[in-house]
Design a protein around this ligand. Structure first.
Ligand code: NAI
Length: 315
C-alpha cells in the first residue's frame, strides 16, 4: 500500500483524488507543507503538494529523514521546490507538466476583457441601478499589439486566442517554437499594448518586469500575469499604476501569495500593504491563483498525479 500525505488540501482536491486513487492511501492535511509541518509526513511514502507549499532545503531534509521517498507536485510550476537539494538527497520530484493549458489561457483573456471593458465596475453599478457609463470606456483589441512572454503550452494557447481577436502578436522566448513572430524583449516591451506572462519563475526570470522594464513600455500598457508572482516586482508595478504608466493589471498570482491565497482573510484584513494598495486600484483585477481551476484541469491533475505516484513507487 502506497501512503500519501496530501498537503494544502481543499474539498475539491479530496473529491477529485478520491475518485481516482484506487489502492493509494491518502491522508488529507489542510495545512501547507513547510519546515514546521514536514514532520506530519512521517510514515508516508510520498508527499503531494501544490503551488504554495514550501519544499525548501530545510523541508526536504526533514522529509528525507522521516522516510518520504517521493515529492509529487499536483501542478506544473516547480519553483517552490529546491530541486538541487532534492537531487542531493536522492528524492525524486514529479509534477503535472500539462493539464489544461487552455484553462489558464482562457482565464487570462477573461481577466483582460473584464478589465478593459470595465465589466467588474459595470456589474456593481447596475446592481445598484446606477446605469451611468462615465469611466467605463474601453478599447478595441482588434488591431492592437499583444506581447507574449513564454510560448510554451499555455503561451501558445493564449496566442491562438489573441490571434482570433485579430491582434498583432509579438512573442519572446529563449527557446522559440515555429509559427510565431519572435522579437527581443526590449522590442516587445516597446511595441506591445498588452503584455502577458507565460514563462516559468526561475533565477533568470525573477523580476523580469521591474522598474527598468516598465520604463521601456508604452504608456497605458496592460499587464497580465497568470504565471508566477515573482516575475513582477510588486512595488514597481504599484508605482507604474500610480503614475499612470501602467494602464491596468490582470493578476492571478502575487509574489507573496502563499500567505493569503486560497484562504478567507476577510475578517483579518490585509497586512501586506503593497497587495492591499494594488487590489484597491480600479484598474486592477486580481484572482487567487485560480486560472487553472476548471473541472477539466482538476480531473486531469488528479489522474496524472495518481499515475505518476504509482509509476514511481511501483507497488
Ligand atoms: P511550458 O514549460 O510549456 O512553457 C514555458 C515556456 O517559457 C517555454 O517555452 C520556455 O522556453 C519559456 N521560458 C523559460 N524561461 C523564459 C524566460 N526567461 N523568458 C521567456 N520565456 C521563457 O509551461 P506552461 O505549461 O506553458 O506553463 C507556464 C507557466 O504557467 C508555469 O511555469 C506556471 O508558472 C504557470 N501556471 C500557472 C497556472 C495558474 O493557475 N495560474 C496553472 C499552470 C501553470
Amino acid at each position: 500500500m502506497i501512503k500519501v500525505a496530501f498537503f494544502d488540501s481543499k474539498e475539491y482536491d479530496k473529491r477529485e483524488f478520491d475518485a481516482v486513487k484506487g489502492s493509494l492511501e491518502i491522508e488529507y492535511f489542510e495545512t501547507k507543507l513547510r519546515p514546521a509541518t514536514a514532520h506530519l509526513a512521517e510514515g508516508f511514502d510520498c508527499v503531494c503538494i501544490f503551488v504554495n507549499d514550501n519544499a525548501n532545503a530545510e523541508t526536504l531534509k526533514i522529509l528525507k529523514k522521516v522516510g518520504v521517498k517521493l515529492i509529487a507536485l499536483r501542478c506544473s510550476g516547480y519553483n517552490n521546490v529546491d530541486m538541487d537539494e532534492a537531487k542531493r538527497l536522492g528524492l525524486p520530484v514529479v509534477r503535472v507538466p500539462a493539464y489544461s493549458p487552455e484553462a489558464v489561457a482562457e482565464h487570462a483573456i477573461a481577466m483582460l476583457l473584464t478589465l478593459n471593458r470595465k465589466i467588474h465596475r459595470a456589474y456593481i453599478r447596475t446592481r445598484d441601478f446606477n446605469f451611468s457609463l462615465s469611466g467605463l470606456e474601453g478599447f478595441v483589441l482588434h488591431g492592437k499589439t499583444m506581447g507574449v512572454i513564454g510560448t510554451g503550452k499555455i503561451g501558445q494557447a493564449f496566442v491562438r486566442i489573441a490571434r482570433g481577436f485579430g491582434m498583432n502578436v509579438l512573442c519572446y522566448d529563449p527557446y522559440p517554437a515555429g509559427g510565431f513572430d519572435y522579437v527581443d524583449l526590449n522590442t516587445l516591451f516597446k511595441e506591445s499594448d498588452i503584455i502577458s506572462l507565460h514563462c516559468p519563475l526561475t533565477e533568470e526570470s525573477k523580476y523580469l518586469i521591474n522598474e527598468a522594464a516598465i520604463r521601456k513600455m508604452k504608456k497605458g500598457v496592460i499587464l497580465i500575469n497568470t504565471s508566477r508572482g515573482g516575475l513582477i516586482e510588486s512595488d514597481a508595478l504599484l508605482n507604474g499604476l500610480i503614475k499612470g504608466k501602467i494602464g491596468g493589471a490582470c493578476l492571478d498570482v502575487y509574489e507573496e501569495e502563499s500567505d493569503y491565497f486560497y484562504e478567507d482573510n476577510s475578517a483579518k484584513g490585509m497586512s501586506d500593504e503593497t497587495l492591499a494598495l494594488i487590489i484597491s486600484r480600479p484598474n486592477v483585477i486580481l484572482t487567487s491563483h485560480q486560472a487553472y481551476f476548471t473541472r477539466e484541469a482538476l480531473g486531469e491533475i488528479a489522474r496524472c498525479t495518481v499515475d505518476q505516484i504509482r509509476e514511481q513507487l511501483k507497488r
